[in-house]
Write a protein that binds this ligand. Structure first.
Ligand code: SAM
Length: 472
């Protein structure tokens, strides 16, 4: 029985409710009156229900599709402006006791080299990341209580925050580790993590159980209810995601929105972010083995519909996707991207020979961070290394309030400009610096509040003179 307020996964992600919503979407995907009504609601920028958004995803009416893309662009601009937040993943360990059939870290894969970074190795990786200009990381690890216990993760977070090298600093560590207990989530919260990220992989229970045949991750309910435990443990910002390609995308999209509605209904705040990964080739993994791969066009439409459905949620795309796909995705809703990522354990310091790779999957966008920054700016975006909200305690509903009150231009935008300036001073190539300094000058004029504008102008000079870490 569908109940968004229930704490039981089969009730807040009720299978029948997903099926009924998809049937409703099929019945109405060409119904102009229903479509117009949903578009009119979406124009209020307050989001859509899983059913409404499912109708938009199902429609192939070209006029409605054009309106969806237009709205997605408009909503993104209204809430996120032209800022794009940058991050990088840091793989700590690929030891894993699960049997996920799409992931090369699965226990039965005997030819992938197993690696776990020592604290000294983490330090070297983080210095390499700082030297590129990164300020925000997402740590990744396989699930293995013996090799990667929570104490190892906590120690690693501490190590990362403590590394100060030249002007570098990692100011926000997001964590993508397996579902765990409330007690462990409390420990992660106390360690000062940013977002707790956990991909659902698939919301379809039967498929989930087949795709995760062995190991603790097999337990669908424990995995699906993880975000509730994380929030009970005091973590305000949680990040959802499904791995597109495993199941039918319309099912996943609908259930993903039901999960977001559930978090809002129970905890008063929806997901901080939603990630959009697709299955990729990897050691022992052929993405063609999964029947539900989606085309780039469908993928972009999913992103646009999500942007319209959850206007305040940050949306993330990784280097799994090519430059071309990322460019299209940025336009219709993505607000955070990774850059210059390595998905192997220790990959920022040591290039691994291809046949000995510990990588989790192939990356499509292999550009350097400098190239990514320069590309973003040439597309008219402001790359941002800002981590201010979380450091100022603006997490969970406080962040959402800022977003909803449209104060981004007076807060996030100035912070983006100041952190971009730091990047340009410390890490950019001469040509990127040139483009960036010009961009900052142009963007200063868009800060509505005069006091804030002059605060930023003064700080930009201070940054040129060597000071760092200003924020609103
Ligand atoms: N082990 C943790 C867990 O169970 O959630 C951490 C996550 S893992 C390091 C990060 C994510 O990579 C997974 O949640 C999965 O969605 C994704 N992934 C695994 N195999 C992949 C593949 N072949 N292509 C693309 N993404 C993949």
């Amino acid at each position: 029985m569908f109940d968004p307020k229930s704490l039981k996964a089969p009730e807040f992600i009720d299978h029948q409710e997903v099926l009924d919503s998809l049937a409703y979407a099929d019945e109405n995907k060409n119904n102009r009156a229903v479509l117009d009504e949903i578009i009119a609601k979406a124009r209020q920028h307050k989001g859509l229900s899983h059913r409404e958004a499912s109708v938009l995803l199902a429609t192939d009416d070209p006029e409605i599709n054009a309106q969806i893309f237009e709205l997605a662009r408009e909503i993104k601009k209204a809430y996120y402006g032209n800022r794009i937040v940058l991050f990088a993943p840091l793989y700590l360990s690929n030891y894993c006791i699960n049997g996920c059939v799409y992931c090369p870290y699965h226990l039965k894969n005997k030819h992938i080299p197993r690696k776990k970074l020592t604290q000294e190795e983490i330090e070297r990786e983080v210095i390499a990341l700082q030297d590129m200009g990164h300020k925000r990381l997402a740590i990744e690890s396989g699930e293995d209580p013996k090799n990667n216990p929570i104490e190892y993760i906590l120690e690693s977070i501490k190590t990362i925050y403590n590394i100060k090298h030249k002007n570098g600093a990692i100011r926000r560590v997001n964590v993508n580790i397996a579902a765990t207990t409330v007690e462990n989530y409390k420990k992660l919260k106390d360690a000062g993590i940013g977002t707790y990220i956990l991909f659902q992989e698939t919301y379809h229970r039967e498929s989930y159980e087949k795709l995760h045949p062995t190991g603790p991750k097999h337990d669908y309910c424990y995995h699906t209810e993880a975000m509730d435990r994380a929030m009970d443990g005091g973590i305000d910002d949680v990040g959802l995601g499904v791995l597109f390609g495993l199941e039918l995308y319309r099912y996943e999209f609908c259930a993903l929105l039901m999960h977001a509605e559930h978090l809002e209904a129970v905890h008063g705040v929806g997901p901080h972010t939603i990630s959009f990964p697709r299955v990729k080739r990897a050691d022992d993994i052929d993405p063609n083995a999964f029947d539900n791969g989606i085309s780039d066009d469908t993928f972009i439409k999913i992103i646009a519909c999500a942007r319209v459905a959850v206007p305040y949620t940050g949306m993330i795309i990784s280097t799994r996707e090519s430059k071309e796909v990322r460019e299209r995705a940025l336009e219709v809703g993505i607000s955070q991207i990774s850059g210059a990522s390595r998905t192997s354990v220790g990959g920022y310091v040591d290039e691994e020979p291809e046949d000995e790779s510990s990588a989790q999957f192939d990356v499509s966008d292999k550009r350097t961070l400098d190239q990514v920054i320069s590309w973003l700016m040439q597309l008219g975006y402001v790359p941002s290394f800002c981590t201010a909200c979380y450091r100022e305690g603006r997490t969970g509903d406080r962040f959402m309030a800022l977003c909803k009150s449209n104060q981004i231009l007076n807060c996030c935008h100035p912070n983006a400009l100041m952190t971009l300036k730091e990047y340009l001073q410390d890490y950019a190539s001469p040509i990127t610096k040139l483009i960036g300094d010009k961009l900052i000058q142009n963007e200063l004029g868009t800060i509505p509040n005069q006091k804030i504008r002059s605060f930023v102008e003064k700080n930009l000079v201070k940054i040129e003179n060597g000071e760092r870490d200003f924020r609103i």
